[in-house]
Design a protein around this ligand. Structure first.
Ligand code: ASP
Ligand code: MG
Length: 299
């Protein structure tokens, strides 16, 4: 029940903070013709995308609302957030990571015309405000778990992914996370077509992950987005060579033809954040209804 108290506090404070920062809260969608492809990524272990057939249409379960966030901004909204349930059917080996769930909730947000640096600073301010409320109002729970949330610096350390890979190899996330005592950023990951590649420096990606310290690992992914039709088309075609089924994104491309709004945003994994706050061994330990890859669903 302690985990539920902290989850409730995180959700309540997050909604207050995002609203006070001028965001509109949208309702999530769970079924669509399109969703986040989560790749191509050789490191991904999602074994399939959940889908249902309904009245002759194949609909997929939301893996993230990234594409719908872009479409929402196109309708004229400029700062949005969603408490968004995501279904990512991970390989059972992910049980061991301590941080994977096949169903979780993220605070998914997007800001029109923002740069990656604006988003990173916003997230830093959000976490500072959140940690200070949790430390004040829930000190009894934190004490019970032997936790004290760190004093956060005004800006978090930033590392380039390629530098961490050269220094630590493939296990960089775990090793660097164990070494740090404050959250930090890791920038420039080659990943999905919607994360913007710097047109002036091909191979540099304007994206970021937030990594919690003490070995808890990734807590947020986000990016500036590709918004120009020709670039989105090029990125989808490039990913198609690595296995993306481009035909699934024709409706998205058609909409992109009318013009997308430049934006940046990210998604904060709620259960991972609560796990870090409580220092729980596994992220499934903070869920009321466990959704751990490789474990059978009880209820
Ligand atoms: N929500 C993330 C984003 O905004 C994507 C993800 O869920 O990994 O980039
Ligand atoms: Mg991620």
């Amino acid at each position: 029940m302690d985990a539920m108290r902290i989850t409730d506090a995180v959700l309540g404070q997050s909604v207050l903070f995002f609203r006070a920062s001028g965001f509109k809260q949208l309702l999530p969608i769970v079924l669509s013709t399109i969703t986040d492809p989560l790749g191509p990524d050789p490191g991904s272990s999602v074994i399939k995308t959940g889908e249902v057939e309904y009245l002759g249409q194949r609909l997929v379960l939301t893996q993230s609302m990234i594409l719908h966030k872009q479409l929402a901004l196109k309708r004229g909204l400029d700062k949005i957030f969603i408490l968004s349930p995501n279904v990512r059917l991970e390989h059972p080996k992910r049980k061991e990571s301590g941080k994977h769930l096949f169903e979780f909730t993220q605070i998914d947000f997007e800001i029109a015309y923002a740069s990656m640096h604006e988003v990173m600073h916003f997230v830093e301010d959000y976490l500072k405000a959140l940690f200070s409320v949790l430390s004040q109002d829930h000190s009894d729970v934190l004490k019970k778990y032997g936790r004290s949330l760190p004093e956060l610096p005004s800006h978090f350390p930033v590392f380039k992914l390629s530098d961490l890979q050269s220094e630590y190899g493939g296990q960089w996330e775990e090793l660097k996370s164990k070494e740090m005592d404050v959250p930090f950023w890791v920038v420039s990951h080659k990943r999905e077509f919607y994360d913007r590649e710097d047109p002036k420096q091909p191979g540099v990606y304007l994206n970021y992950d937030l990594i919690y310290p003490e070995g808890f690992g990734e807590g947020l992914s986000g990016a500036e987005r590709e918004y120009e039709y020709e670039r989105i088309k090029m990125r989808i075609e490039r990913d198609a060579k690595e296995g993306l089924d481009a035909s699934k994104y024709t409706c998205y491309l058609e909409l992109a033809k009318e013009g997308m709004v430049p934006s940046a945003g990210g998604g904060i994994g709620v259960e991972r954040l609560v796990r870090y706050v409580l220092g729980a061994p596994h992220v499934g330990d903070v869920q009321l209804f466990r959704r751990v890859p490789g474990e059978r669903v009880a209820v």
